[in-house]
Design a binder for this molecule. Structure first.
Ligand code: PEP
Ligand code: MG
Length: 764
């Protein structure tokens, strides 16, 4: 037994999961294929088992865990009792000596007493999901034999954290059958560190992308510095793109306290390239080795120490590349745990307590971190949506209110589940995967280790010829949207703002409070125009369907329509009820008077040029100067696309594709109807043909083209749009970086093709 109680990780591999847990096995596997991993050994799961059996504490330990886990106080008491038992029980001396022996050998090999990270490594084979491993602790900066022994015991004790106990009982795991291994790894104080994607994470292209900064990797993973960015073509092994921004701060480990601290980067290094060509190529090579070994694109962390030695710190599959990679077994919960499926509307994963909202007055029960479950969200639910960790709805498609607002709030959301409000129950713990559109029973949150931030914002700051803008629906999102560095706002929807007032414009008019309404509009638009000034902000006039407006105070007169999507919405509403339109225009007039010349006006849902002509007349009537007003239309109806020439004849500065509607009207698919959501396809050749045609005409006529529908956030469509020659693309806040990146790559490709074809002509 004892010879398997402590092992060097180079002697184990992925088949040794039961012995050294998921983390130990994967590090061992990396070592076994010749990759440089910091020296590491593991106290095996067997050693833990021997500890509780040989010391006779097993029965008492497991007895303490026979509790009602839904009683938080009792759960906490069980945690304390189990932990105390482990911490107070002496480790068998033979095991202790063996651990000390391995630590000494590591220190000797490394030329002195070393700092180590002591990490829990759960034997995930027993479990459906490796995320379980993250429920145990990691201890950093441990030095000295006794401290290592102490940390190993604390890792063991963490097997009985409340969350872990709760999880096991919820999932019917027997505590007696769950073991834990502990990995002891030399800490690398990186001089340079970063991340590497072995393929382009948004397109799957065969380019390695490396981001590097001075000091520890925390700077990059926390997103607090702009790192160097290198793109390497894997077939030619050439650096095809690089950006070297100024790096003014770095994270280092304080030599005295061992705390991670932020310090200024020395002057000479600020603008210097972090990696040499040799280091870049070495990293690419290591990345290829791991990718070849696992047969799937990898997302790796690496560090280079003072002596210039490169270490691979961890690697895991990239799961965002849909066509090239299968999700890893370890991160994919087993099928039977999925309790509900809908449309993944806003990416991200969150676990929390279900709170069902059937009526508005139930909103207060949604507390910070809860999962809000409702039939469909409405603008007056936004404050509760902000508190929620995730949102689940019965109804809706990818462009419904819940989907749009969740994306702006960066809150994971699944919509159109049909039965969330009937199937889920209050206080149930669920996990929502807003990308895959799946809802799991219980907590399946990914591993979270203190020093490793798992959310990795990759900062692509390309300058592109095609502008990349951002869509906004709630002014509260303005700052966050501006922080993306977007080139402006391609769509500011004002109906969310108006619906949020919860008072119908007609009621303002009836009460003689037109100025109040105008001021509300000015306030909301100004928040966005300020955040982006002087970049352009295209504000769309009211586009509210009757069903949504009816629920507002004073909205009783809204007609009841059989299909509101084909009904009295968009410009047709404003042209038949010009009092409303005039108030909106009054708000624009005021903004222009205040100097916000970056604001442009965009008319929704036009289907005939006469509508634009009429709108222009009303604009003149309220005193807007058409010469100086930036005016555009949305291309949302096939009609507008097909007779675009006639629209341009009326005089327009820009057109913007509203593909959410253009798709629904071209394909006859109600975008809010989950029964036909599977048929909804923005890439349909008919939709793409309309777009290509309109861009072509507008280019000839010198009119700007843009897109503000959901399709503009999708890399595969973005590529096509760049190829068609679109002037700008307006994406969701969370997609701006990826879109910018895709645009940059596509533009480069087009330039290269052009240069090559020109060269071909010259050669002849
Ligand atoms: C669209 O139709 O693509 C669009 C952006 O407008 P909305 O989603 O608000 O209808
Ligand atoms: Mg639309």
């Amino acid at each position: 037994m004892l010879e398997k109680s402590v092992v060097w990780l180079q002697d184990v591999g992925s088949s040794d999961l039961r012995l050294v847990g998921g983390k130990g096995a994967s590090l061992g596997e990396m070592m076994s294929i010749g990759l440089p991993v910091p020296p590491s050994f593991a106290v095996t799961a067997m050693a833990f088992r021997a500890f509780i059996d040989d010391t006779g504490i097993a029965d008492r330990l497991f007895k303490a865990l026979e509790i009602d886990v839904n009683d938080t106080r009792v759960l906490k008491e069980a945690e304390n009792a189990a932990k105390e038992l482990i911490l107070m029980t002496e480790m068998p001396s033979k095991l202790k000596e063996k651990i000390l022996d391995y630590y000494d050998t590591m220190c000797k090999n490394e030329g002195g007493e070393v700092y180590v990270a002591v990490r829990s490594s759960a034997t995930a084979e027993d479990l459906p999901d490796a995320s379980f491993a993250g429920q145990q602790d990691t201890f950093l900066n441990i030095k000295g034999g006794e401290a290592v022994i102490d940390a190993v015991k604390r890792c063991w004790a963490s097997l009985y954290n409340s969350r872990a106990i709760f999880y096991r009982i919820e999932h019917n795991f027997n505590h007696r059958e769950v073991d834990i291994s502990v990995v002891i790894q030399k800490m690398v104080d990186s001089k340079k560190a970063g991340v590497m994607f072995t393929r382009d994470p948004s397109t799957g292209a065969m380019t390695s992308i490396i981001e590097a900064s001075w000091g520890l990797g925390e700077a990059i993973v926390s997103g607090s510095v702009s790192p160097d960015h290198y793109v390497v073509d894997r077939s030619s092994k050439k650096i095809i793109n690089q950006m070297i921004p100024t790096k003014d701060k770095m994270y280092i480990r304080d030599p005295e306290t061992r705390e991670t601290v932020v310090v200024p980067v020395p002057q000479g290094m600020r603008d210097a390239r972090v990696l040499t060509d040799g280091e870049i190529m070495k990293l690419v090579e290591f990345g290829e080795i791991v990718e070849d070994h696992y047969g799937i694109a990898q997302d790796a962390e690496w560090g280079i120490d003072e002596a210039g030695k490169i270490y691979m710190l961890q690697s895991r599959p990239i799961t965002t590349i849909k066509d090239v990679s299968e999700p890893s077994e370890s991160s994919e919960p087993v099928e039977e745990e999925i309790i509900l499926v809908g449309l993944g509307a806003a990416p991200g994963i969150a676990t929390g307590k279900v709170k069902i909202v059937r009526k508005i007055d139930e909103l207060p029960k949604v507390e910070e971190g809860d999962i809000m479950v409702t039939k469909m969200t409405t603008p007056d639910m936004v404050p509760a949506m902000k508190r929620a960790a995730a949102i689940v709805t019965d109804e809706g498609g990818l462009t419904c209110h819940a989907a749009i607002v969740s994306r702006e709030l960066s809150t994971p959301a699944v919509v159109g589940t049909k039965k969330a409000t009937s199937l889920l129950k209050d206080k149930m713990i669920i996990t929502v995967d807003g990308e895959k559109g799946k809802i799991y029973r219980g907590s399946l949150i990914k591993e979270k280790v203190h020093e490793e931030v798992k959310v990795r914002p990759v900062s692509y700051r390309h300058i592109t010829a095609t502008e990349v803008k951002v869509n906004i629906s709630i002014p509260e999102a303005a700052e966050k949207a501006a922080a993306t560095g977007a080139d402006g706002v391609g769509l500011l929807r004002i109906e969310h703002m108006i619906l949020g007032l919860n008072k119908h414009p007609s009621l303002y008019i009836a009460e003689g409070k037109e100025d109040e309404y105008i001021n509300e509009l000015v306030k909301g638009i100004k928040t966005v125009a300020d955040a982006f000034y002087p970049k352009p902000v295209w504000v769309r006039t009211l586009d509210a369907p009757t069903d949504e407006f009816r629920s507002m105070k004073g909205g009783d007169d809204e007609p009841i329509e059989h299909n509101p999507m084909l009904g009295w919405r968009g410009i047709r509403r404003d042209l038949t009820y010009t009092e409303h339109f005039k108030l909106e225009l009054g708000a624009f007039k005021k903004l222009f008077e205040l100097g916000y010349r970056n604001v442009g006006i965009m008319l929704p849902l036009v289907q005939h040029p006469s509508e634009v002509k009429r709108a222009k007349q009303i604009m003149e009537e309220v005193g807007l100067d058409l010469e100086t007003t930036t005016l555009g239309i949305m291309i949302e109806t096939p009609a507008a696309a097909i007779i675009i020439e006639e629209f341009l004849d009326v005089g327009l500065d820009f057109v913007s594709f509203g593909t959410n509607d253009l798709t629904q009207y071209t394909l006859a698919i109600d975008r809010n109807n989950e029964n036909v959501a599977k048929l909804y396809n923005e890439r349909h050749p008919a939709v793409m043909k309309l777009i290509e045609y309109v861009i072509g005409v507008c280019r000839e006529r010198g009119v700007m083209t843009s897109i503000c529908g959901q399709a503009g956030s999708k890399p595969e469509i973005v590529k096509k749009l760049v190829e068609f020659g679109i002037s700008s693309i307006s994406a969701n806040i969370d997609a701006v970086d990826a879109v910018r990146h895709t645009v940059a790559i596509e533009e480069q490709k087009l330039i290269v093709e052009l240069v090559r074809s020109n060269r071909g002509l010259i050669d002849k």
